[in-house]
Design a binder for this molecule. Sequence first.
Ligand code: FMN
Length: 350
Amino acid sequence: MGGNIFGSIFRIVTFGESHGPAVGVVIEGCPPRIEISPQDFEHEMARRRSGKKVVDTPRREEDLVEIHSGVFQGLTTGAPISLYILNRDVDSRPYKVLENLFRPGHADYTYFRKYGHYDFNGGGRSSARETAARVAAGVVAGKILEPLGVKVAAYTLELGGERAKSIDLGSVENSPLYCPDPAASERMEQAISIARKEGDSLGGIAEVRVNGCPAGLGEPVFDKLDAELAKAVMSIGAVKGIEIGSGFEAARLRGSENNDAIRPDGFRSNRAGGILGGISNGDEIILRAAVKPIPSILLKQDTVDREGRPAQIELTGKFDVSAIPRIIPVIEAMVKIVLADHYLRLKSIT
Ligand SMILES: Cc1cc2nc3c(=O)[nH]c(=O)nc-3n(C[C@H](O)[C@H](O)[C@H](O)COP(=O)(O)O)c2cc1C
């Protein structure tokens, strides 16, 4: 199975299945002499794990990150860094049904069609459990970006049709849904409670803002920064659309409306979302990701078995109602990984 490696200089390979012994990541190309300890991972891993009511994921993992290589006396050596996160709270019983039936909207059907044999417990490799490894890698990438003053902040713009009307980044961490508008956060929580009672799930939109990104990141033509960010974020399960800056709205604007006029002291607007010609322009980078509703719902659905015979599937077990908010730190991590990689690429030619 290919497709597990991402990045050019700062390269990651993630490994592990949802109900296997562990998930983790090997990072190649991290510069030496960066301070890293297991405690550095705790905050971000806790944000992904999300232990808050309403949005509580039913699986309980400690998510302690073990550093198995590449760090000596608390500093990176430049050698590959391997990070392990043990799977402890594993209950494969509810997944027995997936041995023979495919969940509509999930990866079971296509994994079976492609590989003919796969680990279906907890979603196996296609499970969001894999995103724990991405978040751990994002912490290391963040260590490269921090001294540059680059700040990556993602939040929930919309969930279950409820949209944030104001963006107060200071209130994001107070919201169990990482929503920057407290009133909208409450409406989103209600929407989640209703969907949960109905055995159904919800989608939404995450928005990311990157401040302090230097101009010059991005490698035209195939590794343009917007193309790399889109691939990185869309490689996260459940992400179905990406917009940069004015995004799809740009299709309805005139050039005179969409262009960001340039003054000696900077751009007058930011519909480009901080990227022009695939290269960061020094302005704020703005990206939005459309997140589909969680496929595993408790309602009965039509499906087929491995022989293609019609069947019905009715799931029991542990599922989120929405990939939001747990996807928020994962998106931040993938954006950091892309920026760290492109910063190192820029440094290698200048
Ligand atoms: C943070 C996060 C949590 C998720 N939780 C679940 C879940 O509990 N149940 C589920 O069926 N899918 C969940 N998903 C979505 C599936 O992983 C995803 O829909 C599946 O792998 C199919 O991939 P696709 O949606 O990209 O086609 C989650 C995704 C993310 C990013």
